[in-house]
Design a protein around this ligand. Structure first.
Ligand SMILES: [Zn+2]
Length: 295
């Protein structure tokens, strides 16, 4: 398909260039990509020289990541994949600590705080979703993510803000590359979305995955850049990645066995005797608290 004959109301070439640039698909394909604007890249691609090569190469890389037909064409399938609501972080990371999977917190007790006001969910549901998402990570690695009230002192702090309205970018988060115990990482969740509690929990779990060091993953992973509902909790690859950073979760202590009842200590001396005895043919009742041994 030619760029000039794209159907209306679908992704434009400029939007595709913006997408590929923002999510890292031109890394190592166009030199010094970070220093170029989207307009610069657009102009380069529109020139005959790059149009058939670098753009197609970046499109093929995107198709490969999203597991769709890898033909380098900017066609309907590719446009559909680019139109899916997704995380705002890049998919392709330039070489460095982040790409090498070395981003992590230096300590296991990591605090988080949030102030989120989102459409479609109540504040209580949002709180429930955030805590549940963090507990999903606590359950599979040695980290102890703990909620605190103050955004000003939490290691991970999240706020809601309008990012781009419905669809497009849902949320984003920083990674803890080179973090210290005093580092504070920011996250943002889009007020323009219509959230449900299940969808929100999945997206928070994904963003917290970034905040504890994980990059995007294009397989069966909570770290897939689009929230599809297919992998709403940490998957095998995610668990391996966090365990390699923070170790296995601490075993949950077994609840203590109930103590067996303490047996009564044997009484010394004569046993207590109750009943009646007959003396000289007359019955006499034995008073219970008088022990024969004491007579
Ligand atoms: Zn992400």
């Amino acid at each position: 398909m030619s760029f000039d004959t794209l159907p209306k109301n679908e992704l434009t070439l400029t939007e595709a260039v913006e997408y590929l640039k923002h999510y890292g698909y031109f890394e190592d394909i166009i030199a010094h990509i970070k220093e170029l604007t989207v307009v610069d890249v657009y102009k380069m691609i529109k020139s005959k020289k790059l149009r058939d090569k670098k753009f197609r190469e970046a499109i093929a890389r995107f198709q490969d990541f999203f597991n769709i037909t890898k033909d380098g064409e900017f066609g309907h399938e590719t446009m559909r994949a680019m139109s899916r609501p997704r995380c705002g972080r890049p998919d392709i990371i330039p070489a460095g600590a982040e790409a090498a999977g070395q981003c992590k917190w230096p300590h296991l007790d990591v605090t988080y705080a949030f102030e989120l006001s989102l459409s479609g969910v109540t504040d209580d549901q949002t709180t429930q979703a955030f805590i549940e998402a963090c507990e999903l990570w606590n359950a599979v690695c040695g980290l102890r993510l703990k909620r605190i009230e103050s955004l000003g002192s939490a290691n991970i702090w999240a706020k809601s803000r309008r990012i781009d309205g419905r669809g497009g970018t849902l949320a984003w988060s920083f990674l803890p590359c080179g973090a210290s115990s005093r580092t504070q990482l920011e996250q943002r969740y889009d007020t323009g979305e219509n959230w449900s509690i299940r969808f929100l929990t999945e997206v928070i779990c994904h963003e917290v995955g970034h905040a504890i060091g994980l990059n995007h993953h294009n397989g069966n992973s909570i770290m897939h850049p689009t929230a599809t509902g297919q992998w709403p909790v940490p998957q095998a690859v995610d668990i391996r990645n966090v365990v390699s950073r923070y170790g296995e979760p601490e075993p949950t202590p077994e609840p203590p066995e109930p103590e067996p009842p303490t047996p009564e200590p044997p009484q010394e001396g004569w046993p207590e005797i109750q009943g009646t005895i007959s003396i000289d043919g007359k019955p006499h009742r034995i008073v219970p608290d008088i022990k024969l041994g004491g007579l």
